[in-house]
Design a protein around this ligand. Sequence first.
Ligand SMILES: [Fe+2]
Length: 194
Amino acid sequence: MDTRKKIRPFTFKVDFQNGKISNPDTHIVRKLSSMKGQYSDEKSFNEMLDKKDCILYEVYEKLVPEIEGELLQGMSIVHPGKVGKEYFMTKGHFHSILDTAELYYCVKGHGYMVMENPEGDWSVEELIPNIVLYVPGRWAHRSININNTEDLVTIFTYPANAGHDYASIETKGFRKLVVDNNGTPEIIDNPGWK
Ligand SMILES: [Fe+2]
């Protein structure tokens, strides 16, 4: 059956102050325990986890048929905090269909998007309210909240059939890390990058 027939035009409302969208179809909650091996300071990671399995980030999505031609959209909220010198961040991923892009619109907070492609190129772009970031196809992406007190809130949209490849980043990490150097974010080489 053509699933395209099932979907009709729709709108949704963005509440960027409270980090919510209206009537989301999914609400993904990522806790510290799901980021094992992603932070370079394992001692700090384990000490934090022993105290509390806190929430690092949340994602709300409006679902559409996961077929070529449709666009899936939602909101990402990265909470403030650090593990050692690294900021709270998303898992980061390539798209399973590598040649698919994504658009991010920052509505609240202050952060960075760390990106790299399999060809060896990398990029780090600043996210502040009203900045639109285009992530081309082939570029893995991870958002990082560098603000101590405020959520980093972005709206995203990407091809609905793109899929997520988390495993590549879980295995080898990103080439670059953003760390807190006495109150200033600093981009450094990832010593654990494989
Ligand atoms: Fe993505």
